[in-house]
Design a protein around this ligand. Structure first.
Ligand code: NAI
Length: 345
């Protein structure tokens, strides 16, 4: 029997994972709490844990899981900045869902962008109040504008295709540019300088943390629109707030926020938000915040559940071998301790 402690369970998780309960001898222990050092003990007796973006899988949690005999951390998401993959080496396998619907995230980025630039959020509130005035709702055409895309992986590429459909000029930066893609790659600095819109689609790493900072905002065009559907830590939110106040940044569309872990995914209406920075950002007329919902489509949930279950079965029935085991790109393939299908981890 494969017992899986399923952390941070939401209604929509249950709906997509319950059909797999009992099949292939997988049994889920659905837990509402997030995984962290205080809650890791709840996985005792399980051979795997299933976690999401705001669960904490640091060295201490990994050691505790290892001591309890948990062999697998199955992420039901793509990003893995919340997992200390180095500490996991040799103790627990870590698998993720590399792609479940890149369309969901790219389309949400576009939804945020259109809403913001065409002031749809403002118009919606106005007409509900029978206010049919157009003052203050002037937007701009996407056609002919330059959009800078950081990260041209699965989501970034789809986002680029959609932008091209609007007749936008696309420039991009990626540490690993896609060969023969027809994408115009530029340096990060050039992207900051030339873009009317900047959309982030790269992972959060030590290199990318706070790539949107006071310095980078200074290089940008006045009125630039910044879209982040990737990870909150890519943006220094204080610097963004300053940029907005100084009218340098024209608008921000944020599906993620650096300190989202204890805030997003919960109904906090009626409570006082203990995050002044987020409160200020939300209060701005040109900032749209959604609470990490870019992935949330029926197709994505279906694919997440399928791939996660396949990953779990693959790990337990295939001697720990799973194509979706994480690779942290150590950059030293020759010295890599774990060579499998050219993955270093
Ligand atoms: P991917 O792995 O296909 O693409 C990431 C791209 O970023 C790659 O081309 C990679 O070479 C590039 N990259 C890596 N380091 C970089 C650096 N330092 N600077 C510039 N580019 C760099 O990943 P995918 O599926 O496109 O996802 C992108 C990100 O979207 C994920 O890392 C995740 O954080 C986020 N995401 C957010 C979701 C949401 O609901 N808001 C859902 C799914 C993913």
């Amino acid at each position: 029997m494969i017992k899986v402690a399923f952390y941070d369970t939401r209604e929509y998780d249950r709906a997509s994972f319950e059909p797999f309960e009992g099949k292939n001898d997988i049994h889920f222990r659905f837990l509402e709490t997030k995984l962290n050092e205080d809650t890791v003990e709840l996985a005792r007796g399980c051979s795997a844990v299933c976690v999401f973006v705001n669960d904490t899988v640091n060295a201490a949690v990994i050691d505790h899981l290892h001591e309890m005999g948990v062999r697998l951390v199955a992420l039901r998401c793509a990003g893995y900045n919340n997992v200390d993959v180095h500490s996991a080496f040799g103790k627990v396998h870590v698998v993720h869902v590399p792609a479940y619907s890149p369309y969901a995230v790219a389309e949400h980025a576009i939804a945020l962008l259109l809403t913001s630039v065409r002031r749809v959020h403002k118009a919606y509130n106005r007409t509900r109040d029978f206010n049919f005035s157009l003052n203050g709702l002037t937007g701009f055409d996407f056609h002919g504008k330059t959009v800078g895309v950081v990260g041209t992986g699965k989501i970034g590429r789809i986002f680029i295709d959609i932008c091209r459909g609007f007749g936008m000029h696309v420039i991009a930066y990626d540490m690993f540019p896609a060969k023969d893609s027809g994408i115009e790659y530029v340096s990060l600095d050039e992207l900051f300088t030339r873009s009317d819109i900047i959309s982030l689609h790269c992972p959060l790493t030590d290199d990318t943390r706070h790539m949107i900072s006071k310095d980078s905002i200074e290089k940008m065009k006045k009125g630039v629109v910044i879209v982040n559907t990737s990870r909150g830590g890519l943006i220094d939110a204080e610097a963004l707030l300053e940029g907005l106040k100084e009218r340098k940044v024209g608008a921000a569309c944020l599906d993620v926020y650096e300190e989202e872990a204890d805030i997003f995914f919960e109904d906090r209406s009626g409570h006082i938000l203990n995050d002044d920075l987020l409160s200020l950002l939300i209060s701005m007329p040109n900032v749209i915040v959604t609470s990490h919902q870019a992935f949330l489509t029926q197709e994505a949930l279906h694919n997440i559940a399928n791939t996660t279950v396949e990953n779990i079965l693959s790990c337990f029935n295939n001697d720990g071998i799973c194509d979706n085991e994480l690779c942290y790109r150590c950059g030293h393939m020759d010295q890599c301790r774990k060579k499998r299908k050219e993955r270093c981890f």
